[in-house]
Design a protein around this ligand. Sequence first.
Ligand SMILES: Cc1cc2nc3c(=O)[nH]c(=O)nc-3n(C[C@H](O)[C@H](O)[C@H](O)COP(=O)(O)O)c2cc1C
Length: 246
Amino acid sequence: MDIKTGRNFLRSNWEKHTQFVSDQQKGLPQPPLEKPFDSDSKLYDLVSTDMINLGEVSLKEVIAKRRSRRKFKDIPLNLKELSFLLWATQGVKEIIRNGYATLRTVPSAGARHPFETYLVVHNVERLPKGLYRYLPIEHKLLLIKEKDLKEKIIDACLGQRFVGECAVTFIWTAIPYRTEWRYSILSHKVILLDAGHVCQNLYLASEAINCGTCAIGAYDQQKIDELLGVDGHDELTVYIAPVGKI
Ligand SMILES: Cc1cc2nc3c(=O)[nH]c(=O)nc-3n(C[C@H](O)[C@H](O)[C@H](O)COP(=O)(O)O)c2cc1C
């Protein structure tokens, strides 16, 4: 890859939208709104959005306070706080047009919402340490693997120790086809624009509950994808963020 190819990735290219026919236009079925899961998986209930009375602070104050935090207190997050952060970043408000799309707490090009949220839990009340996936439609957590993954996540993030020395590490993967089905070759720039909104909501929601986070773009693609058990092609990690009390 060279600089020119990299810069081209920043371009819009929407003026070329008549030059391709997307799978949606071809009438192919749309991919699921959320990654499917086995019905016999171990699921954890989260606190329902109506019951979350957190984060009721001034937006101006939170925006002014926001900064990247790389030092966290050794204090657990509780399930209500974690539920709030998951809702703020990917929470589903409505499923529209008979399952055509979800409307969430963040915007997404064409409401495609191409992300899955994985959590490496280090210190959250009532959750064993391990790897989880958020089910945004059910608002539940799916346990993938019960294991202490602190050193693995630090290693996958090029030795940035604070990424594992926190209460919980958020890892967002993209399933590109969710956006490609509609926007074909125009998808990849907007997928990353979408990701920025998700992480910004995590910054603001964290600050609102005396927690902090730091966006992580420097990581080893293969190591982190292997840790999550995703193939790196049809689903791949795009962004990471540790969260802890400050
Ligand atoms: C896309 C992106 C990737 C980043 N990657 C890292 C990272 O890998 N490690 C890190 O310590 N900070 C990372 N940061 C945080 C920036 O260093 C930080 O936002 C910047 O220094 C400005 O500080 P502030 O966020 O406190 O305003 C990243 C930020 C963004 C937006």
